[in-house]
Design a protein around this ligand. Structure first.
Ligand code: NDP
Length: 450
């Protein structure tokens, strides 16, 4: 279909070097071909040209002073991608690899993910190339304050509500919120992932990981199976990975790995979750320190990874949960996983599998849950936090968790039904992209050319 091809070509010319963004856009647009054949009216409204273009992109300078008194300068971004379904919603990422292309890819994915939740939220994303590693609490605070000193004028509880992502957890959200309050004088739900004593939702911290496990369970149940007794690989050792591991244990599965930017940990008896939380949430230490407590575990440093992929995916298991970062699972990894008999992959991270790896999983017809569906539990619970803030309530865990479970089951059902409708019942990538797109596109058509 020349239309899809031309749009992608135009993007390559107009946004040079944003390779992750093209990867995300190409996946979505390629999946939409059968929809356009079936419903060509989407082409009449130039929806795809409009949907790949952010409504607004804000880029700013962040100046702050480090502990040595030196002035540091970083780049800041907020991409307000699409507000057809509600206020812009999406996290902030602080990582040295962040560029405008990274934020654009994440914001683009967020549009469809948020649509799949069925909640009234549009898509946005932001962040900075700031590296929090090795920085003192004081430096983190000063950086967050400087970041918010610019961002505050562009966000608000009914316009744009950021949350956390890589490098932005409870501590950073606290500093960002404090600065927003100081600058505006308003105590309002402008960020999610807040502390439980000052507007946060019970269950938000756990929601992305728990949701990815619920999604895996939904996919397996549709095939007459469960997670019980399954050996699982998890990558990452941050917010999403930790609560994926926690929920896997609750489901009777055995998570045997986790990883960070320095290496991979393999504990065949099952990851010691309390120790992992202490190392990562409290001490912010390397995973290598785990070996001081568990001599049966092994640690593979990044330097010893296979040339064509990641050590974590070379370990034999039944299910895999990529929960670290984009493109962390290659075609080479996918081939080894499939050879080792993997039956289920549920993505906690955003776009963790390369396009070639996704093709391998789809060809093998295993249960494969793409990130924009499988990790939507985090943003869904963020929206529940917004609802609690606007009614000045705090709901109990049972209520939040029941809603999360229901939302994940609905997302799975929508993806499966849409995949079936378009004649590829096991292809949840197609199902997620078409189902998410249709909601946003229909709202854009209803709201006219704006
Ligand atoms: P955290 O910062 O809490 O954890 C990220 C983990 O991944 C850390 O263990 C980090 O290692 C590792 N990691 C990050 N970048 C790299 C890299 N380039 N190479 C190897 N390891 C890396 O982030 P989250 O857990 O919040 O986010 C993880 C993923 O989940 C991201 O893709 C994010 O976009 C996605 N996501 C997060 C949501 C949320 O609610 N937080 C919601 C939906 C998706 P180290 O500790 O060494 O830095």
């Amino acid at each position: 279909m020349p239309y899809v091809h031309d749009t992608l070509e135009r993007l390559r010319k107009s946004s040079p070097a944003q390779t992750e963004f093209y990867q995300a856009a190409e996946e979505v647009l390629e999946c939409l071909r059968p929809l356009f054949q079936h419903s060509p009216h989407y082409l009449d409204h130039s929806i795809i040209e409009r949907i790949v273009e952010p409504e607004r992109q804000i880029m700013f300078r962040i100046c702050w002073t480090d502990d040595a008194g030196k002035v540091q300068v970083n780049k800041g971004y907020r991409v307000q991608f699409n507000s057809a379904l509600g206020p812009y919603k999406g996290g902030l990422r602080f990582h040295p690899s962040v560029t405008s292309g990274t934020i654009k890819f994440l914001g683009f994915e967020q549009i469809f993910k948020n649509a799949l939740t069925g909640l009234p939220i549009g898509g946005g994303k932001g962040g900075s190339d700031f590296d929090p590693k090795g920085r003192s609490d004081g430096e983190i605070m000063r950086f967050c304050q400087a970041f918010m000193a610019e961002l505050y004028r562009h966000i608000g509880p009914t316009t744009d509500v950021p949350a956390g992502d890589i490098g932005v957890g409870g501590r950073e959200i606290g500093y960002l919120y404090g600065q927003y309050k100081r600058l505006t004088g308003r105590y309002e739900g402008v960020l999610t992932g807040k502390g439980l004593d000052w507007g946060g939702s019970i269950g938000r911290k756990e929601a992305t990981g728990y949701g990815a496990v619920y999604f895996a369970q939904n996919m397996l149940e549709a095939r007459g199976k469960t997670l019980e007794g399954k050996t699982c690989l998890v990558s990452g050792a941050g917010n999403v990975a930790i609560y994926t591991i926690e929920k896997l244990y609750e489901m009777g599965a055995r998570p045997i790995t986790c990883s960070d930017s320095r290496g991979t940990l393999h504990d065949p008896r099952g990851i010691d979750l309390d120790l992992l939380k202490e190392l990562k949430e409290v001490k912010r230490a390397s995973l290598e320190a785990y070996l001081e407590h568990h001599s049966e575990a092994s640690y593979i440093p990044v330097g010893e990874y296979p040339e064509d992929g990641h050590a974590v995916w070379r370990i034999k298991a039944d299910a895999a949960f990529p929960c670290a970062t984009q493109n962390e699972l290659t075609a080479g990894d996918a081939e080894v996983l499939l050879k080792n008999g993997i039956t289920c992959i549920s993505e906690g991270a955003n776009m963790p599998s390369t396009a070639d790896a996704v093709d391998r999983f789809l060809e093998a017809r295993i249960a494969y849950g793409p990130g924009k569906a499988a990790n939507a539990g985090g943003v869904a619970t963020s929206q529940l936090e917004m609802a609690q803030n606007s009614s000045m309530e705090q709901w109990p865990l049972e209520k939040v968790d029941a809603k999360l479970k229901e939302i994940m089951a609905n997302i799975h059902q929508q993806c499966a039904d849409t995949a079936e409708e378009f004649g590829e019942p096991t292809n949840l990538v197609l199902g997620a992209n078409i189902a998410g797109f249709r909601k946003v596109a229909d709202a854009m058509i209803d709201q006219g050319v704006v």
